[in-house]
Write a protein that binds this ligand. Structure first.
Ligand SMILES: NC(=O)C1=CN([C@@H]2O[C@H](COP(=O)(O)OP(=O)(O)OC[C@H]3O[C@@H](n4cnc5c(N)ncnc54)[C@H](OP(=O)(O)O)[C@@H]3O)[C@@H](O)[C@H]2O)C=CC1
Ligand SMILES: CC(=O)[C@@H](O)[C@H](O)COP(=O)(O)O
Ligand SMILES: [Mn+2]
Length: 401
């Protein structure tokens, strides 16, 4: 940790009303001399974003849904409730509002939006030369080389817990000393079940993550292991390690957030309770650590940490992700978009649990026959076209008897 800096870092927080966003706000409130929020964005939760904006006197507030009048009324109500006068922020409304905000002057953009819609804000932040604290893994995964080409060395700081752990393990080391990355996985709420035993699981059961309180999509992805598939691709892109040197190990307690094995046989692991405060704090303050961002492991308490191999038969999502990751180009965008459609269908009762990854696999298989699958240098239009194709195809697969 270093001394408090001369001026707080100016933070733009995208997705401020979600699990990542609200924890980032908590860290900002606890560290007012380190962080100043200069922009907030949300999807449709106007009341919460307005309350956050009033509390922190944020100068720019953006939402994707609603009208400018709706947002202005929400801000006025929140200011009234807090007894705040003379607060008149700039309001941005519409599907491009987060992208516009991400391009504004700031020190760090935290991207805590869920899903492929996070791609354009990620690109905007990188183009603006702002440090990107990246929770929205989807944007890196689907944008792949496009995102990497825009990012200066060190401009992307991973917030995803496993990748934050790996970045911490790698700090100060040499790339040629790394033998393998070992990404830990909780195994989700259905760890230990066979494929047959997954047939009738409900959305409510799928949302009961053993350790983390997260948004609906990532929690479902943890249950199917799609999250781990996405994270293997994310690790490959962030750390330039080939897929055959990225392992997944199931570690139900999630006290070890990931590890790096070095050429001499030494393994460095990063440990902490299964919470996101440290990765989010590091995302906003990298390379500095924030004192007391979270509590450490309690070594006075007897505890057991288990590790077991991944069951690829019951949970084929990771192997499928490796396939699309190796193929590169627009293939990861297809995997992600098909999954987003299938997750919605599962929660709407139109698809069974194993149908989620089965749908993704069918869409990926069908993509080989699409002209879109062959691209040269990846462009944003390529990614958007592949994403749209996969959504349409996944919807057809879900509706087919
Ligand atoms: N939660 C966690 O612990 C972890 C999350 N991540 C990643 O972080 C990202 C966020 O996850 P999480 O916080 O759990 O998700 P949530 O569902 O809790 O939050 C998503 C946020 O995105 C906002 N949002 C939705 N649509 C838009 C839009 N069009 N423009 C701007 N904002 C929008 C939502 O706003 P609103 O609610 O107002 O609609 C909400 O603030 C995901 O990519 C996830 O994979 C990674 C590791 C851990
Ligand atoms: C906290 C975090 O980073 C999530 O991505 C979490 O790791 C989910 O865990 P599993 O996907 O391993 O269940
Ligand atoms: Mn993770």
């Amino acid at each position: 940790m270093t001394d408090t800096p001369a001026r707080p870092r100016r933070i733009v927080l995208l997705g401020s009303t979600g699990s990542i966003g609200t924890q980032a706000i908590d860290l900002v409130r606890r560290n007012p001399r380190r962080f100043e929020v200069v922009g907030l964005s949300a999807g449709r939760n106007l009341d919460l974003v307005a309350e956050q904006a009033v509390a922190l006197r944020v100068p720019v507030v953006a939402v994707a849904d609603g009208t400018p009048e709706d947002l202005a009324r929400a801000v006025a109500r929140a200011a009234d409730a807090a007894g705040v006068t003379a607060y008149d922020p700039e309001l941005l409304v519409g599907t491009d509002a987060s992208t516009e905000l991400a391009a504004r002057e700031a020190d760090v953009v935290v991207n805590g939006i869920t899903g492929a819609i996070g791609l354009e804000p990620t690109l905007a932040a990188l183009r603006a030369g702002t440090t990107l604290a990246l929770a929205n893994k989807e944007s890196l995964i689907i944008g792949g080389p496009l995102v990497k080409a825009l990012a200066a060395p060190g401009q992307i700081v991973p917030v995803d817990s496993e990748h934050s752990a790996i970045a911490q393990c790698l700090r100060g080391g040499r790339a040629d000393e790394v033998r393998r990355l070992v990404v830990t996985a909780s195994g989700g709420p259905f760890r230990g079940r066979s494929r047959a035993e997954l047939a009738d699981v409900t959305p409510e059961q799928a949302l009961a993550h053993p350790n983390f309180a997260m948004g609906r999509v990532i929690t479902t992805n943890s249950a199917t292991l799609v999250n781990k598939g996405l994270e293997v691709i994310e690790a490959h892109l962030l750390f330039d390690v080939p897929f055959d040197r990225i392992e997944v190990v199931v570690h139900p307690q999630q006290m070890i957030h990931s590890m790096v094995e070095f050429v001499d046989g030494s393994t460095v692991a990063q440990a902490g309770p299964p919470r996101m405060l440290v990765p989010i704090a590091l995302g906003m303050s990298w390379p500095e650590r924030i004192a007391d961002a979270d509590v450490p492991v309690d070594w006075t308490r007897a505890q057991s940490w288990e590790f077991e191999p991944l069951d690829d038969e019951a949970f084929p999502a990771v192997a499928l992700a490796r396939r699309v990751g190796e193929a590169g180009g627009t293939w990861p965008a297809v995997y992600n978009a098909a999954n987003e459609v299938a997750v919605d269908a599962f929660h709407e009762g139109r698809l069974g649990f194993v149908g989620i990854v089965d749908t993704v696999a069918q869409v990926v298989d069908a993509y080989a026959g699409s002209a879109l699958s062959q691209v040269g240098d990846l462009t944003l239009d390529d990614v958007l076209a592949a994403d749209a194709w996969a959504r349409e195809t996944a919807a057809e697969v879900v509706e087919s008897p």
